[in-house]
Design a protein around this ligand. Structure first.
Ligand SMILES: [Zn+2]
Length: 230
């Protein structure tokens, strides 16, 4: 998989529908390299880092997690540097980690999730870990020449939703936040969706980056979200 360049400082490898691997992004600061999401396995992390190397980019110093779902977090144990997550993300991850000690839970995960089953072929082991740093409301990183504003937001997809805004590049990372809640029978909370739409509207960005699609313009995303929220 090749690295794609979105702006001067922002790169990404696209999502991978076969195994539900989400898009992984990279922000190149003069001092700190920031990755967004850890991917769904150690193999996914390796693929990302190899693509970075080909492009002459160093491994991330910090990885920020958008939410706890397996496809965004099961690579966390394998990252370079440190990870940052919302405190609720860590709570969810701890629960999942405890369930892993039961072998039948792993079996049922594989049975019920064809993507996970495809990713964890042969003897690949599922490893869940919590982040090195956690926060409650927001945390701002000065990456050198550019900043990352990381904050918790209310969203229909998960309780622990974290958004990342890079003002200098006018890019907003949204993870899967605009989607329904798969862990609540695919329920779409319209109230939360409308709040999220208002929030996106208020942010001065050109691109909106979601986990499982190509980068969108802010305008295209808002047109789509408004069409489903009416
Ligand atoms: Zn998700």
């Amino acid at each position: 998989m090749e690295i794609k360049k979105l702006t001067n400082r922002i790169f990404y490898i696209p999502h991978h529908p076969e195994t539900d691997r989400p898009l992984l992004a990279y922000i190149k600061g003069d001092k700190i390299a920031l990755a967004i999401d850890a991917g769904n396995s150690a193999a996914h992390v390796d693929e990302f880092y190899q693509a970075l190397e080909v492009e002459g980019l160093k491994k991330p110093d910090v990885t920020i997690i958008t939410h706890w779902h397996w496809d965004h977090t099961f690579g966390m144990h394998h990252i370079n540097g440190i990870s940052i997550a919302h405190h609720k993300t860590n709570e969810f991850l701890e629960k999942e980690k405890n369930k892993l000690s039961d072998n039948s839970y792993i079996k049922s995960m594989k049975k019920n999730n064809k993507y996970l089953n495809r990713e964890y072929v042969n003897d690949r082991k599922i490893v869940i870990t919590q982040s090195d740093v956690q926060f409650e409301k927001k945390i701002t990183l000065n990456l050198g020449g550019t900043t990352a504003q990381i904050f918790h937001a209310e969203a229909p997809h998960s309780e622990d939703t974290v958004l990342i805004y890079i003002p200098e590049e006018k890019v907003l990372f949204l993870g899967d936040s605009t989607s329904e809640d798969f862990f609540n029978d695919g329920y779409m909370d319209m109230d939360k969706l409308r709040k999220l739409i208002n929030l996106i509207e208020s942010i001065d960005c050109q691109y909106c980056i979601l986990g499982h699609t190509e980068p969108l313009s802010k305008c295209d995303l808002l047109v789509y979200l408004k069409s489903i929220s009416n």
